[in-house]
Every structure is written in structure tokens, then in C-alpha cells.
Design a protein around this ligand. Structure first.
Ligand code: GAP
Length: 458
């Protein structure tokens, strides 16, 4: 966990994700290049020279990112009876961040070089005395705490509106709605509130493509439990979250759970472990799982004056729930899935690039490819597209040779290509090609949906 609330500065310094990608990193370059070339991720405002650290998700990226979020939601909300969802507002008043501790503590220590004017994070300097930009020694100003929250103003009158903040995490939305959800959702602890949404941090050192950006998406869940069950649920969520990543294709040897050392823990945390992926530049955090104790509910109860305890009528006991928080980054996780899926192999003397994405994550589940542009083949191909589209995102590609089209689909991770050929006009069957094995099956159009359904196994 790189950033939480109070004490964040010291935690951030220790995040292994702070290492910056080196230009010689082959896999990283290939994936970044693929992202641009095939429409996964573009530099934001590129036609104006690019807006640093901001990215736009193109036609394939929006599908992949959505699938990552849907996969998380399915596991964390849909398949459970003890977790409900929430979509809280991004703009929030200062009171929330006063109570959470972000207004005072969500900061990084910054120093300016008097010689060249460059600004650096003090905790990231190799030599605390030497400016890495110009080499000047002893020219740094005193460190200042730089708050990472974006502040703006609400209301139409310039300069006269109230300060509001773009949320730096989705988590506080769950804490400030705890009583609302408790009163409306029939759940009692242990239960969770889950949310997916954008968060904003004025990162001083964004970098490594979409790994650390100023605008990103989080997938967070706050699991409210009786205090004496907190340790057990912490262990449970550490295991469950690791299973989620491996179940979607992250190789076990590229994933680790790194418990925080005692001196790394925030003062409210009774335990934190990061799920880390082995990025080309080293281990980097995908998710932090924290036992946040009753810190957040206590803070908000005290600052708002609203009772945030839970009264268990059956047992006639009142307590303030403790919270276990699995907090993941959607955009960063999408990048890990891309890196893990990227593969190249020799096929009959040619190199093919294949994204071995889990079918649940693949932007398109199938592509329909008529062997030729002849109208009679296109007509039946469109009929096939019409059968598949209501079930799955389906691509339809008529241009260039069939070999080129297979390669194109391999490169974007489409699990199945459905080829319509001249025999189809007689036997009403199509050829289904498997992305990974490249094996082909002849399947009747009437059985196609069932066949793909079974193959995809979603
Ligand atoms: N509520 C707890 C919390 O926000 P965090 O470790 O600061 O904890 C959770 O953030 C996850 O959000 C991280 O593990 C990471 O995946 C993602 N994240 C945080 N800052 C990010 C950034 N600047 N860019 C992309 N993802 C980020």
C-alpha cells in the first residue's frame, strides 16, 4: 500500500513501485507500443503535444479496462451475499478530508534546487544533498509537505466558492455512507461496501506508463466486521485477493503478497499486505489489503457527531466495526494483465504476437471473418455476427488476407475467430479457431453460440 491516510508520506517512500521504467526495457516498450498501435491506450491530448501523466483509453482499452472492473465487481459483489455496491460522488467537501486525515497528512516531502529550480521528492533522492538534475551540492531548500489532493471551487462566482476536493481515494465514500447503507441494505457485520471509480492525486513523480498517473481508477471494498473477527477476515481477504489475480491469468511466480514491516504500518493499521506484481522494472503494488481497525468510523463519528456504531439486536451488544480494506487499482491492474499476457512465438517461420488474456478480460470474445468480400459470404457473416453480438463483444473484420486477420486478432487477445467460407453456404457450418492452440473446429451455425459458450467458460 503506497498511500493511505495519516503517515502516508513515509509509506509512499517505501513503495517498490517508485522505481522508474528504464528505456531499455524490451517488454515494456513492446506493450506500450502495442497499446498505442492497436488502440488500447493513447497519450492524452496528443495533438497538443501530450498532457503528461494522463492517458485516454481507446476502443480496445475501454473494453479491457471495463472487463477488469467487471471481473472485480463479479467476484466482489455479484457472487457474494455479504457485499453491496456504492457509487459515491467524486467532489467532496473539506470536512470529509479533515476527518480522514488527508488534509493534514496526505503529502509528500518536496525540496527545490536553488541552482536549477528542479523540484524533487526528498524521500526519493539517492543522495539527500545532491540535485539529480544539475548535480549541485547543498543547494536544496528545506523540505515542504506537498499535499497530493486536487482542490477546486464549487459555485459560479470566481474566487468566492467553497473549496471542494477531487477524492484521492474512493474509500471515504464507503465510510461516510456506512450508516446509510446499514439502514437500507439489510446487511449486518460482517459485510462490505464496494466501489469502483476515479480517484485523483497530484503525484509528483507519475510514471511507468499507466502505473502511476494523476487520474486513475480504483476498485475498493470496505469490509466491516466485529472487532474480534478482524484478524481472521484480514487473512481471508489476503488469500481471496491473490486467488482473483491468479484466476484471471497472472502467473503465480509473478505475484507476491508482501506484508508490511511494523515500521511501515500506518498508526491505525493492525496489519497491511500489498499484492505485488513483478513488473519489468521490479515488484510494484497492485493492491493494498489493510486492517484499518475502527480508525475511519471513529474519525467520522467524532467529526460529524453521527453515531456510527452498530447495535446487534440479537446479541444485545453495541460495537464500532473494524474494517478490512482490499484496495486495488483498476488501471494499474490492467497494465499488469497486459504485460502478463504478452507473448510472441514462431509459427511456420513467422513470429506471431499473441495476447493470452483470460477470456473474461479479452476485449472481444470472438471475431467473425468472412473468407472473402463476396456479398453472399458477407450476408451469412452478418447473420453470424447478429447471433454472437447479443452475448459477447464481437469484432467483424473483412479486410486483408485471412492470415493477417488471425494475427490481428491474436495481437489483441481475441480468444476465438469464426471464419465463414464458401462451404458455409452449403453446410451452414463455420470454422472456429482457438487463439492459443490455433486448432480449428468445424461447427454448425446453429450450435455456434453453445459451442463458444462452453469454450469461453465465463
Ligand atoms: N483506500 C486505500 C488506498 O487508496 P492506496 O494503496 O493508496 O490505498 C490503492 O491505493 C491502489 O490504488 C494502489 O494499490 C494502486 O493500485 C492504485 N493507485 C494508487 N495511486 C495510484 C496512481 N497514482 N496511479 C495509478 N494507480 C494508483
Amino acid at each position: 500500500m503506497s498511500v493511505l491516510s495519516p503517515g502516508a508520506g513515509s509509506l509512499r517512500a517505501m513503495s517498490s513501485g517508485d522505481v522508474v521504467h528504464s528505456a531499455g526495457d524490451d517488454l515494456m516498450d513492446k506493450v506500450v507500443n502495442l497499446c498505442k498501435r492497436r488502440g488500447f491506450v493513447y497519450q492524452s491530448a496528443e495533438i497538443y503535444g501530450g498532457f503528461r501523466s494522463a492517458y485516454d483509453y481507446g476502443p480496445l482499452g475501454v473494453l479491457l479496462l471495463r472487463n477488469v472492473k467487471d471481473a472485480w465487481w463479479r467476484t466482489m459483489v455479484q457472487l457474494r451475499t455479504d457485499v453491496v455496491g456504492l457509487d459515491a460522488s467524486i467532489l467532496s467537501p473539506p470536512e470529509v478530508w479533515e476527518a480522514s486525515g488527508h488534509l493534514t497528512n496526505f503529502s509528500d516531502p518536496l525540496v527545490d534546487c536553488r541552482n536549477c529550480g528542479a523540484r524533487h521528492r526528498e524521500d526519493q533522492l539517492e543522495d539527500p544533498d545532491v540535485c539529480p538534475s544539475c548535480g549541485a551540492k547543498g543547494q536544496f531548500t528545506e523540505a515542504r509537505e506537498f499535499n497530493l489532493m486536487f482542490r477546486t471551487q464549487a459555485g459560479p462566482v470566481a474566487g468566492a466558492g467553497a473549496d471542494v476536493y477531487l477524492r484521492p481515494e474512493t474509500a471515504q465514500g464507503m465510510f461516510i455512507n456506512f450508516a446509510n447503507v446499514l439502514n437500507t441494505a439489510r446487511n449486518k457485520p460482517p459485510f462490505g461496501i464496494a466501489q469502483i471509480g476515479k480517484s485523483f492525486r497530484n503525484e509528483i513523480t507519475p510514471g511507468n506508463f499507466i502505473f502511476r498517473t494523476r487520474e486513475f481508477e480504483q476498485m475498493e471494498m470496505e469490509f466491516f466486521v466485529p472487532p474480534d473477527e478482524a484478524a481472521m477476515w484480514f487473512e481471508y481477504w489476503c488469500g481471496a485477493r491473490m486467488d482473483w489475480y491468479t484466476g484471471l491469468g497472472i502467473p503465480a511466480d509473478k505475484l507476491r503478497l508482501r506484508p508490511h514491516d511494523a515500521d511501515e504500518l500506518s498508526h491505525y493499521s493492525a496489519g497491511t499486505a500489498d499484492v505485488e506484481y513483478l513488473f519489468p522494472w521490479g515488484w510494484g503494488e497492485l493492491e493494498g489489503i489493510a486492517n484499518r481497525t475502527d480508525y475511519d468510523l471513529t474519525q467520522h463519528a467524532e467529526h460529524s457527531g453521527v453515531d456510527l456504531d452498530y447495535y446487534d439486536q440479537q446479541a444485545d451488544v453495541r460495537y464500532r466495526p473494524h474494517v478490512i480494506e482490499p484496495a486495488a487499482g483498476a488501471t494499474r491492474t490492467m497494465m499488469a494483465f497486459l504485460l502478463a499476457a504478452y507473448d510472441t512465438e514462431e509459427v511456420r517461420g513467422e513470429t506471431r504476437t499473441v495476447l493470452r488474456l483470460h477470456p473474461r478480460l479479452a476485449p472481444y470474445k470472438a471475431a467473425v471473418l468472412p473468407l472473402s468480400k463476396k456479398p453472399e459470404l458477407q450476408a451469412v457473416s452478418e447473420e453470424v455476427v447478429g447471433l454472437l453480438q447479443p452475448r459477447w463483444m464481437t469484432d467483424y473484420d473483412v479486410t486483408q488476407s485471412i492470415g493477417r486477420r488471425y494475427r490481428r486478432q491474436d495481437e489483441i487477445g481475441t480468444p476465438y475467430c469464426v471464419t465463414v467460407d464458401f462451404d458455409t453456404l452449403d453446410d451452414r457450418a463455420v470454422t472456429v479457431r482457438d487463439r492459443d492452440s490455433m486448432e480449428q473446429d468445424r461447427v454448425s451455425i446453429d450450435d455456434l453460440v453453445g459451442h463458444l459458450d462452453a469454450k469461453l467458460g465465463l
